[in-house]
Write a protein that binds this ligand. Structure first.
Ligand code: MG
Length: 244
């Protein structure tokens, strides 16, 4: 694939002569871990039981939002008012409890190899996720040993406003000491793509779920890969295009 046009368009939009790549900011669910099918099951079941109209596809369309924001957005849309804090707590807890009964989520195919390639290029890999499970750091360490520094991980505990706001990506750049022209984003969700783009970053989408590619392009993704394995296989060529 030829990436030059997408990169040229981004540079033109940002008024940049060149990218000076130093970091790759990875989303977690649906990018590093193949966890979205479980999240889709758990959210759609808990929300439907609570009287919401909430399909598996709705889960993918809301992916990236914090739990509270997901519930509030659906409540405003469907009932005309936000949820109460009590309902939000109860639904988040029910979803987490159900999710905890599922088997451990596997690493996404190609993810480990890609992060290793990124590191071998001398770039800093970071994680920017809307998730906030207590076991998250352990899970990252055991699946991606010594690849992510703890100070290079942004979770829902660190920001008030989650994706699609740019805040998580802006915080990641602050934590890592990177400017927008020094980092790129890898996302699988439309709202995650919007967050990366809103932070001024070159944003790559991997379409690991059931959504149409256009949804990710319309959200602002510069390039869409069909899988993480494909992005991993294409990395050398992409990296060359990004840095020349
Ligand atoms: Mg994701």
């Amino acid at each position: 694939m030829n990436y030059n046009k997408a990169i040229k368009d981004y540079k033109q939009l940002q008024g940049l002569m060149a990218l000076q790549l130093r970091a790759v900011l990875f989303d977690m669910d649906g990018v590093l871990f193949d966890s979205m099918p479980f999240h889709a099951d758990a959210w759609s079941k808990v929300m439907t039981d609570a009287g919401f109209n909430f399909s598996r596809e709705d889960v993918y369309m809301n992916e990236g939002r914090t739990g509270a924001d997901t519930i509030n957005t659906a409540s405003i849309e469907q009932f005309g008012h936000p949820s109460t804090p009590e309902q939000i707590d109860a639904l988040c807890k029910a979803k987490c409890d159900l999710f905890a009964t599922y088997p451990p989520t596997p690493r996404m195919a190609g993810a480990l190899e890609l992060v290793e390639k990124v590191k071998a290029c001398g770039l800093t890999p970071m994680i920017v996720t809307g998730s906030g499970t207590p076991t998250l750091l352990n899970r990252i360490q055991s699946n991606f040993p010594d690849l992510f520094d703890e100070g290079h991980i942004v979770t829902s505990f660190n920001v008030k406003r989650g994706k699609p706001y740019p805040d998580p990506y802006l915080l990641a750049m602050e934590k890592g000491g990177f400017a927008p022209h020094e980092a790129i984003v890898v996302e699988n969700a439309p709202l995650g793509v919007k967050a990366g783009v809103a932070a001024g970053l070159f944003t790559i989408a991997v379409n690991t779920g059931p959504l149409k590619e256009e949804v990710l392009l319309n959200a602002g993704a510069s390039i869409v890969f069909p899988s993480m394995q494909n992005l991993c296989d294409e990395w050398e060529q992409l990296y060359k295009s990004l840095t020349e």
